[in-house]
Design a protein around this ligand. Structure first.
Ligand code: HEM
Length: 350
């Protein structure tokens, strides 16, 4: 495993600082090479339509372990020719940084490979997803990624939740992980997916399955081999200022805290239909049923941390906006979720 990490952690990132004109000849010579290694080597370009000086191009390769398995165990002619191509590939890599436009075009192949992997992951997750499981899958995301702290860059979306299931705050999360394990093992023979990726994609699928916004999630996160530090998730007893500070340490604004807390629209805390992802969380927060209604059921609605948000002026501003405008909530939730699942993530690269 250590070997695998050492292979995948060598980033080959190139920063473009100039704009060169397209070089179709070069593109023509490299494209077949990359296509033929499609399943083993992938190239990821950030979702920018044009090359810019701010756009790091990441070239990623599958762990060397996979490559060696492929090249050593198969002594067919196909394998020898792949080996030659691999040699050609590694020897030409240093020169590629000069051909930005060609790399961008090659990236189209890479993007297709990435997205076909993503399609497969989504397909397997959809097989195990149901309305009853959606809430716990979404909660899993926060409990894996929510350990991130900007100071020291510790924790984050790294699959370490699998080592943290005995912690009291993670009670109940063994079940959604088991469900995900089934989907993951279905793909084992064709695609190795990290826990961090599985959880990130599953949470997004859970949201859209329940009527929430579609959320694009990239693959390529690496898993941690150990648990994250304890005590990093917010406690439900925190008041608004404690919640804001906690989220700030993770790089999230008050607006993002309020948007992400809207995840509690799913589940059994009394914010509307437990299997429908909508903005009823905010509408019900504004009604404060735990105060205004005398029924025992109403007094159970929301966690102390949910109720605290509506008592805070900054949070209240966003609660009102999201209660009024579900599209805005969906957009902000989508963006905050994307940020959450990339928090502290380490990515596969050469
Ligand atoms: C703001 C700080 C947060 C606190 C203090 C908190 C705490 C909690 C607690 C105590 C529960 C109840 C668990 C149970 O039923 O036993 C819960 C449920 C849930 N949380 Fe959070 N949470 C927070 C933020 C988030 C975020 C950011 C997300 C996701 C983006 C999230 C997703 C969920 C979901 C979906 C459930 C329902 C789970 C189910 O019914 O199975 N939470 N949360």
């Amino acid at each position: 495993m250590a070997h695998e990490l050492s292979c995948v952690n060598r980033p080959l990132e190139m920063m473009s600082s100039s704009s060169t004109s397209p070089n179709p000849a070069l593109l023509g010579s490299f494209a077949p090479l990359f296509c033929s290694l499609d399943s083993k080597i992938s190239f990821k370009f950030p979702a920018l339509s044009r090359w810019s000086s701010l756009s790091p191009v990441r070239i990623r390769a599958a762990p060397l372990r996979d490559c060696s398995h492929h090249f050593i165990n198969d002594e067919s002619g196909q394998s020898r020719s792949n080996r030659r191509r691999m040699l050609l590939f590694t020897s030409t890599l240093p020169f590629l940084s000069h051909f930005h436009v060609s790399m961008e075009a090659i990236g189209v192949e890479a993007t297709e490979s990435d997205s076909s992997n993503l399609l497969l992951v989504k397909k397997e997750i959809k097989k195990i997803l149901s309305k009853g499981k959606a809430a716990s899958l979404l909660r899993l995301v926060f409990h894996d990624a929510g350990t991130f702290e900007m100071d020291g860059k510790s924790g984050g979306m790294n699959g370490s939740i699998i080592y943290e299931l005995d912690r009291p705050e993670n009670a109940g999360l063994r079940k959604p992980l088991k469900i995900l394990e089934k989907a993951r093992s279905e793909m084992d023979s064709v695609l190795s997916v990290s826990w961090a990726d599985m959880i990130a994609v599953a949470g997004a699928e859970a949201v859209s399955f329940c009527g929430g916004p579609p959320i694009p999630v990239q693959l390529g996160r690496l898993d941690s081999m150990e648990p994250d530090a304890e005590g990093k998730l917010p406690q439900e007893s925190l008041d608004a200022s404690g919640l804001k500070q906690c989220f700030q340490r993770k790089g999230f604004s008050t607006q993002e805290l309020v948007a992400l807390s809207g995840a509690h629209t799913l589940g059994s805390k009394g914010f509307g239909n437990p299997t429908v992802f909508d903005n009823s969380y905010y509408k019900i927060l504004l009604e404060k049923p735990w105060i205004t209604s005398a029924t025992a059921m109403s007094s159970m609605i929301g966690l102390p941390s949910d109720r605290a948000l509506v008592e805070d002026e900054d949070c209240l501003r966003w609660i009102k906006k999201y209660a009024d405008n579900e599209d805005l909530f969906f957009e902000d939730f989508k963006n905050s979720y994307s940020k959450l699942v990339n928090s502290g993530a380490r990515w596969k690269s050469l």
